[in-house]
Design a protein around this ligand. Sequence first.
Ligand SMILES: Nc1ncnc2c1ncn2[C@@H]1O[C@H](COP(=O)(O)OP(=O)(O)OP(=O)(O)O)[C@@H](O)[C@H]1O
Ligand SMILES: [Mg+2]
Length: 200
Amino acid sequence: MIQGAEAIVDRSEFLGRKALVKTRPGKSYRLPEIDAHIRNIRTRNEARIMRDARNAGVRTPCIYDIDLKECSITMEYIEGRSIKDVLDEEPERADEICVKIGEAVAKLHSAKVCHGDLTTSNMILEDDQVCLIDFSMGCANAELEDIGVDLRLLERAFSSAHVGLEDSFGKLMETYYSHVSDPKAVKRKLTDIKNRCRYT
Ligand SMILES: Nc1ncnc2c1ncn2[C@@H]1O[C@H](COP(=O)(O)OP(=O)(O)OP(=O)(O)O)[C@@H](O)[C@H]1O
Ligand SMILES: [Mg+2]
């Protein structure tokens, strides 16, 4: 069992397949009815965003079951290492992996889906494929602003977790821009967000 920021994840099996159950436990500091409502909405949101991402052609775990009473999602268990670990252990693979991350995030954003917590701990390298997990902060019908914030978070997560891989991150963004329909608008938005953070 792994206890994350909010969720508990457990290995399990679903119809003979390796599975993972992600449960959102109750918070005792919230009123019980409000707590149940919030957990329910977050569970549904996460499952919906995962489905949208998958429909956009991004590799995400298959959803096997959703239990809205327990606020849990049973999903495909992805074999592999987190990209955070792969980049730490094999930095020579950074360029190749960053290109794949750029492609995956571009597909996601082109379908107006935001991830909400794009860190390399929320990406698994499965064989040679990037699989995105943990869509609990994600949103559908993303606006340019959401997309910009998603990229800014990725940039910050990357620069704090992977010092020395700045050039590879540059390749990630280059790939991203070459796959989205209006790279100029996204670049402008990203500059805007950075300036906003600098002066407020
Ligand atoms: N489908 C999966 N297959 C394999 N490992 C997974 C899968 N989903 C999650 N994990 C592992 O469990 C960890 C925690 O899961 P996840 O990132 O979804 O939750 P969290 O960060 O704890 O939760 P949240 O941000 O929703 O509060 C991941 O970092 C990863 O190591
Ligand atoms: Mg996570």
